[in-house]
Write a protein that binds this ligand. Structure first.
Ligand SMILES: Cc1cc2nc3c(=O)[nH]c(=O)nc-3n(C[C@H](O)[C@H](O)[C@H](O)COP(=O)(O)OP(=O)(O)OC[C@H]3O[C@@H](n4cnc5c(N)ncnc54)[C@H](O)[C@@H]3O)c2cc1C
Length: 404
């Protein structure tokens, strides 16, 4: 009987693995996901600020890979002994090899008030909620339904996601001046980071550059400022300072879903500790944001798309090797560098050879790389067209939404 490979998660890691396995054509591959699309999370902040429509960053996965079956469903139980998984609606699927690639989710780190008062940005629904709130607030203030203070935005978390959304909110606020000339000047965005600098994983010079660029865009950046608690209209810092806010965006980190800790030992981010071949069992592979893997220096690999994709390719090749009875070499991550965009012609890029790029060159590299990795020809063309339009129509408003 043909080997049945079941992949949970049609994200960066799961889809890469399925694509590579499908090319060989000697195993039966099924992908299970609760959504019928692959989310391109790196561009979520553009949906949240009206720069791109949702469709552009969601790639339909049904029938996307010839020869691979897709089952839509929420996996609620994994039985390693019985070699099956159970979906929320009661269906049971059996496997010979399981690839576990369920990604991560937002975490509040237990800070009081975050879950109730802050908007997170981990999926399309949340990005849509941010966009609606940002834009609706202008309408409400203009119509006198809310005070002008409601136009203040506080972003928590100075990693790439926090920096990117802060830059995009600043640009959105600028572009609103034309439509709401009487109130838009009251808008502000403050980025709050608990650590000593923004973009902690980057070189200090890139961090300083990102801070300066955000300030040039009009954002206020507060470092060494841990959040103590938050309420619907303000954020309280540990220093005692209180930041009034009409919209609070929490971009302070992600963790793997806690429910899967039952499958093995986990780290502080709920990631499953795997062997150097990404296994927790002979026939169970874990990859991407869900896997705790260390580099040669003993540091955990970051939760980023390039790690998940490299691991997806590696697991597919390893399954093939296992079937042929060959030895599987440990997984080795090839560092591809890192990048974050800040705004129009503003970005920081760090290459593995130590080279650092800023400004227009970095921004163009960022645009090119994101289009390259975006799944689907339609989405690529659509994103390029939207970006081009946003660029030339600057100030007229890149946003798109219907506010009733
Ligand atoms: C806002 C944001 C910005 C980011 N920006 C960048 C960036 O610029 N560069 C970068 O490299 N990385 C970025 N990342 C991180 C990157 O998106 C992740 O590292 C990457 O998606 C991890 O891939 P994965 O395959 O492990 O999981 P994912 O791509 O998240 O895929 C997991 C899949 O599993 C599915 N799933 C989860 N649980 C279940 C279940 N129980 N049942 C069924 N299906 C399930 C989900 O629906 C999802 O489709 C960003 C992440 C976010 C949230």
């Amino acid at each position: 009987m043909t080997e049945r490979v079941l992949i949970i998660g049609a994200g960066f890691g799961g889809l890469t693995c399925a694509t590579k396995l499908a090319k060989k054509g000697n195993v039966d591959v099924t992908i299970v996901d609760r959504h019928p699309y692959q989310l391109f999370a790196p561009l979520l902040y553009q949906v949240a600020t009206g720069g791109l429509p949702e469709d552009d960053i969601a790639y339909p996965v049904r029938a996307a890979i010839p020869g691979v079956d897709f089952v839509r469903g929420d996996v609620v139980k994994v039985s390693l002994d019985a070699k099956n998984i159970r979906l929320e609606d009661g269906r049971v699927l059996y496997f010979d090899q399981l690839v576990f690639a369920v990604g991560s989710e937002g975490t509040t780190f237990g800070v009081p008030g975050v879950a109730e008062n802050a908007l997170q940005m981990k999926n399309i629904r949340e990005a849509r909620a941010i966009k609606n709130q940002l834009l609706q607030t202008y309408e409400d203030v203009e119509m006198g339904a809310k005070p002008k203070e409601a136009l203040r935005v506080v972003v928590v978390g100075g990693g790439p996601t926090g920096v990117e959304i802060t830059g995009a909110v600043s640009e959105l606020q600028r572009s609103m001046l034309r439509e709401f000339p009487h109130i838009a000047n009251e808008a502000s965005v403050t980025l709050v980071e608990a650590g000593p600098r923004l973009l902690l994983s980057f070189h200090e010079k890139s961090s300083a550059h990102a801070k300066t660029e955000l300030e040039q865009l009009g954002a206020v950046v507060k470092i060494d400022s841990a959040v103590d608690r938050m309420y619907p209209t303000d954020v309280h810092l540990k220093s005692g300072e209180v930041l009034p806010a009409g919209t609070i965006i929490w971009a302070a980190g992600v963790a793997a879903p806690k429910q899967w800790s039952i499958l093995g030992e986990t780290d502080r981010a709920n990631r499953l500790k795997v062997s150097d071949t990404l296994q927790i069992d002979d026939n169970v592979w874990v990859l991407g944001d869900m896997a705790h893997v260390v580099d040669q220096g003993g540091n955990p690999l970051p939760m980023v798309a390039s790690v998940a994709m490299q691991q997806g390719r590696y697991v597919a090749a390893s399954i093939e090797k296992q079937l042929r009875g060959e030895k599987i070499e440990p997984f080795k991550y090839k560092d591809k560098g890192q990048m974050a965009t800040i705004g129009r012609r503003r970005a920081v890029v760090e290459l593995p050879n130590g080279m650092r790029l800023h400004g227009t060159t970095a921004w163009l590299s960022w645009l090119g790389l994101h289009v390259f990795y975006l799944a689907g020809g339609r989405n690529r063309v659509s994103v390029i067209a939207d970006w081009f339009w946003n660029y030339v129509a600057w100030g007229i408003g890149p946003r798109r939404t219907v506010i009733d």
